[in-house]
Ligand binder design. Structure first.
Ligand code: NI
Length: 399
């Protein structure tokens, strides 16, 4: 990881002046984190601010989602920006004045920052409504961390009437130094699927294995065999991950386990793997269970598809980033992660680009990874986020 911000970003004074308010909004959200589809207070706070600035936000979309539409002074393209609002079931360990007041819930992924940035954009656009051309939909989405708010928002029609032509969004990113921008054409983030498996054997006495079907040993073999799927059955040029994240079997040291349960996640970019990987995994479960005479229940769930950036929109974001931060040092090309994101559903519908805004600052101790109980980010980048999104809109409209 590089450790210093490369240069002073070029932010217009009106947006720079918003910085203290962005921090205030972000901290207020950070104090009151809410889990997916329970963002009641968050949505109310967002709605209240939007109303103050003259918007007539729609609320309760896909339960807790909010959308505000800005119509400029003249006709033009229809664009959308999206921020997610939900927090995680993590107990915050940061000792900061704005620390989470909700036990066991924390903004540990920066979605409080995303919401604050989109509020900043809303504020700026409202002040410049008359100079503006076209329509901008500001989408505040619930439940990104699962089970996913993007899909139900799309099903509620947020991309229609009028139909959205292009869409942008960003994620604060502690894998990159504060003030940098990570952007990529094509797949940026991976598909995120989940599986679980219950193996039914026959329990018995720890000293009489011949009378049993040991579900624990069978499950362990399946877990080990899963490690070879990516290593031996997927092209080394095609990134993929199979992770078994939980395994439960057995109850006593002298008892052979009757059942074993395990579950995990699968990540990949290439859409073909969506059909082949689950089959390869189940074939292993089936083969090993058959060999030992055990039964199994296999469950595979597609959560989010790969997030694919439109090449022209990614070029637009890259060119915007190069105008705002030092191109040689501050724009990180070909950024990619096997993390998942339900912005992917929006980008299946509309050409757009999702990008990373570097937010780590090791000199301030702000470099814990996302989803860590001590995650926090450098708030200095909030106004940079606003500038980048506003410029994406301006550049698209000015094309
Ligand atoms: Ni996130």
């Amino acid at each position: 990881m590089v450790s210093v911000a490369p240069s002073v970003p070029k932010i217009r004074p009106e947006i720079q002046a918003l910085q203290p308010r962005l921090v205030e909004w972000r901290r207020a959200l950070h104090r009151r984190p809410e889990l997916g589809f329970r963002e009641v207070e968050t949505a109310a706070r967002v709605t209240q601010l939007l109303r103050q600035w003259g918007y007539q936000p729609q609320t309760g979309i896909a339960q807790t989602g909010v959308m505000a539409v800005l119509t400029g002074g003249r006709p033009g393209p229809v664009l959308a920006l999206r921020a997610d609002m939900d927090a995680l079931p993590i107990q915050e360990l940061n000792d900061v004045p704005y620390r989470s007041e909700i036990d066991g819930v924390m903004h540990a992924c920066g979605h409080d920052g995303h919401t604050a940035i989109l509020l900043g954009v809303a504020h700026y656009l409202a002040q410049h409504r008359h100079h503006w051309r076209g329509t901008v939909k500001l989408i505040f989405q619930p439940a990104e961390e699962g089970p996913g708010g993007a899909k139900p928002m799309i099903e509620s029609g947020v991309l229609e009437q009028p139909r959205v032509e292009a869409m942008f969004g960003l994620h604060l990113w502690n894998d990159l130094p504060a003030g940098t921008v990570g952007v990529r054409s094509g797949p940026l983030m991976a598909a995120s699927d989940f599986f679980s498996c219950r193996i039914q054997g026959r329990g018995g006495h720890g000293a009489k294995p011949e009378q049993t079907i040991d579900a624990l040993v069978i499950g362990a073999q399946v877990v080990v065999a899963f490690q070879t799927v990516v290593a031996r059955q997927v092209s080394p040029l095609e990134p993929a991950v199979v992770t078994v994240g939980e395994f439960h079997a057995g109850s006593a040291r002298n008892v052979i386990a009757d059942q074993a349960y395990f579950g995990g996640t699968v990540r990949y970019f290439h859409p073909d793997l969506a059909s082949t990987l689950p089959k390869k995994l189940e074939a292993i479960v089936q083969g090993i269970c058959t060999a030992y005479g055990a039964h199994y229940e296999w469950n595979y769930e597609y959560l989010y598809p790969p997030l694919i950036n439109d090449p022209a929109m990614a070029d637009l974001v890259r060119s915007v980033a190069e105008q705002v931060v030092e191109p040689a040092l501050g724009v990180v090309p070909n950024c990619q992660t096997l993390g998942g994101e339900d912005m992917a559903f929006f980008l299946q519908e509309v050409p757009g680009c999702y990008f990373f805004l570097g937010s780590a600052n090791p000199t301030k101790g702000l470099d814990f990874p996302h989803h860590h109980p001590r995650f926090d980010f450098d708030e200095e980048v909030l106004c940079l986020g606003v500038e980048l999104l506003v410029r994406c809109l301006e550049q698209y409209i000015g094309r």
